[in-house]
Write a protein that binds this ligand. Structure first.
Ligand SMILES: [Cu+2]
Length: 493
C-alpha cells in the first residue's frame, strides 16, 4: 500500500505545486515528494516520557529495551553525502543516513511514538527523505520528511507492529538514492521484549553499481544503466567489501547465543543469507513474528529483513555469505564471525587423517599379492603390441570415457557434442585429439560446418590410453585410418 502511495506521489510530484511552509525550500526536479500541507501541529502524545534514541552504526546494535511502558523516542538523523571506500583503492560517493552505510540502527518498543528529526546537511547536492517500513501512514513518512539541503523536518509515527523493518530514502529517482546507500534498520521490540541473546549484530546487504568493473580503482561514479539491468559490480554487507573481515570480524565465544539483525537494502537483489558452518536455530522469517527453526539459508528480500539466531558450539571462523555464491566470492558479499573458546571434538572433530585418494586407474592395493602377481604388477599395465592391439584396447577406453558424450558411433549430438565420425576438425590434424583429451576443449570450434561452443573437460587418461583411444577413433566410425603413439601423446602433455 505504501508503495502505491509512493508512486502516486512520484507521479504527481511534477504537477503538484508544493504548498505549506516548506514551499520555498523545495527545489525543482529531480525532486519527487511534495511538501505536506499539515503543520507539525499538536502531537497527541504530550504525556509520554521523552527519550533520546541510542543509535548505533553497523555491526553494533543498541541495548535491549528495558522499559515496560511506551515512550516518545526522539530519533535524530542527519543525511550526509560523502566519499568513502567501497573496497581497497575504490572510492564511491555514498549518500548516507548518519554518515555511514547502512544508516544507524534504531531500537524502539511496540507502542512507542517515534519522533524523527530529519536533517539534510547543507553540503548535500539534492533533497532527501525517509520512508519507514515500520510506520503506518502515507509513504512511511516520505512526504513528511522531504527535506532540502540545509533544512530539518520533524514528524512522528506510532509503531503499531513489532518486527524488524527497513527504512530508506524515497526521493526520486528512488532507485538511485537507495543504490547510493540510503537504507537502514529499525527494530520494534514486541511489548514483552525479545529473548535475551549474548551477542547481537547488525548486518545489512546492498548492491552497488559503478562505472568501472569490480575492483577498478579510483572514485567510481554510479552507473544507472547497470542498475536498471540489475547487474551490480558490488554486493556487500554493511556498505563495503571487507566490512566484517580480518580485524573487523564479528566476535563471539563458544556457548554464546548470537542474534543477527539482517537487512537488505537492495536496491535490486534478494539475498540468500547463510553462515557457513552454522545452522540457524531460529529465524524470525522476514523480520516478522513467525519463527522457523533449523534453517540453513534464509531469503532476505530487497527492502526486507530477517532475524537469525544460533548458538555457537565450537570455535573457528564462520563466514557470512549471500549464497548466490558468485556474489560472495566475486562481488564482496562476505563477512566473518570469529568464535573463540574450547574445542568440542564430539560436535566437530576437525581433520582426523589425510591419506592419498586415487580414483580409477590408481595403484591402490587392498589384497596382498603373490610374488608372481607382484612381478606382473611391477611391469605395469599391458602395453599394446601394435596398431590392431591399440584399436582393441582403445575401444574399451572410448566406451567408458567418451561414448557418453560423443555417442556409440562417434556421431555426437548436434548443438552439444561434436561428432568424431568424419570430423574434419580432428582428421585435418589428429594431434588436436591429443590436446582435446589432455587439456579439454572450450570456446567456439567448427566441426563439419557446424559451430559448437561448449566445454569438454580434460580427461585423466595416461599416454597409453590416450594413444589407444585416438587410434581407435581414427580407425572407426568411417574414418580413414591413422595412428597415434604414446610418444606422440607424451610430447604434447
Ligand atoms: Cu535520498
Amino acid at each position: 500500500m505504501k508503495l502505491q502511495v509512493l508512486s502516486a506521489l512520484i507521479a504527481s510530484a511534477f504537477v503538484l505545486a508544493a504548498c505549506g511552509e516548506k514551499a520555498q525550500t523545495v527545489p525543482p526536479a529531480p525532486v519527487a515528494a511534495a511538501a505536506s500541507s499539515a503543520p507539525a501541529a499538536s502531537a497527541p502524545q504530550g504525556e509520554l516520557p521523552v527519550i533520546d534514541a541510542v543509535l548505533t552504526q553497523a555491526p553494533d546494535v543498541p541495548p535491549a529495551i528495558d522499559r515496560d511502558y511506551p515512550a516518545k523516542v526522539v530519533v535524530k538523523i542527519e543525511v550526509v553525502e560523502k566519499v568513502m571506500e567501497m573496497a581497497d583503492g575504490v572510492e564511491y560517493k555514498y549518500w548516507t543516513f548518519g554518515g555511514d552505510v547502512p544508516g544507524q540502527f534504531i531500537r524502539v518498543r511496540e507502542g512507542d511514538t517515534v519522533e524523527v528529526q530529519f536533517s539534510n546537511h547543507p553540503s548535500s547536492t539534492v533533497p532527501h527523505n525517509i520512508d519507514f517500513h515500520s510506520a503506518t501512514g502515507p509513504g512511511g513518512g516520505a512526504e513528511s520528511s522531504f527535506t532540502a539541503p540545509g533544512h530539518t523536518s520533524t514528524f512522528s509515527f506510532k509503531v503499531l507492529n513489532p518486527g524488524l523493518y527497513v527504512y530508506h530514502c524515497a526521493t526520486a529517482p528512488v532507485g538511485m538514492h537507495i543504490a547510493n546507500g540510503m537504507y537502514g534498520l529499525i527494530l520494534v521490540e514486541p511489548k514483552e521484549g525479545l529473548p535475551k541473546a549474548d551477542k547481537e549484530f547488525y548486518v545489512m546487504q546492498g548492491d552497488f553499481y559503478t562505472k568501472g568493473a569490480y575492483g577498478e580503482r579510483g572514485l567510481q561514479p554510479f552507473d544507472m544503466n547497470k542498475a536498471i539491468k540489475e547487474q551490480p559490480d558490488y554486493v556487500v554487507f554493511n556498505g563495503r567489501v571487507g566490512s566484517m573481515l580480518g580485524d573487523k570480524a564479528l566476535k563471539a565465544e563458544v556457548g554464546e547465543t548470537v542474534r543477527m539483525y539482517v537487512g537488505n537494502g537492495g536496491p535490486n537483489l534478494v539475498s540468500s543469507f547463510h553462515v557457513i558452518g552454522e545452522i540457524f536455530d531460529k529465524v524470525y522469517i522476514e523480520g516478522g513474528s513467525a519463527v522457523n527453526e533449523n534453517i540453513q539459508t534464509t531469503l532476505v528480500p530487497a527492502g526486507g529483513s530477517a532475524i537469525v539466531e544460533f548458538k555457537v558450539d565450537v570455535p573457528g571462523n564462520f563466514t557470512l555469505v549471500d549464497h548466490s555464491i558468485f556474489r560472495a566470492f566475486n562481488k564482496g558479499a562476505l563477512g566473518q564471525l570469529k568464535v573463540s573458546g574450547p574445542e568440542n571434538k564430539e560436535i566437530f572433530s576437525g581433520k582426523l587423517s589425510d591419506s592419498v585418494y586415487q580414483p580409477e586407474g590408481g595403484t591402490v592395493q587392498t589384497v596382498p599379492l603373490t610374488q608372481e602377481e607382484q612381478a606382473k604388477a611391477d611391469a605395469g599395465a599391458a602395453k599394446a603390441a601394435g596398431k590392431d592391439d591399440q584399436i582393441k584396447l582403445g575401444k574399451a577406453v572410448y566406451d567408458s570415457n567418451c561414448m557418453a558424450c560423443h555417442g556409440a558411433q562417434g556421431q555426437g549430438v548436434e548443438g552439444a557434442f561434436p561428432p568424431l565420425a568424419k570430423s574434419d576438425y580432428l582428421l585435418q590434424d589428429p594431434k588436436r585429439g591429443i590436446d582435446a583429451v589432455l587439456k579439454g576443449v572450450n570456446g567456439k570450434i567448427t566441426v563439419n560446418g557446424k559451430e559448437y561452443n561448449s566445454v569438454m573437460p580434460a580427461l585423466a587418461l595416461d599416454d597409453e590410453q590416450t594413444a589407444n583411444v585416438l587410434t581407435y577413433i581414427l580407425n572407426s566410425f568411417g574414418n580413414d585410418g591413422g595412428q597415434i603413439s604414446p610418444a606422440d601423446v607424451a610430447k604434447r602433455r
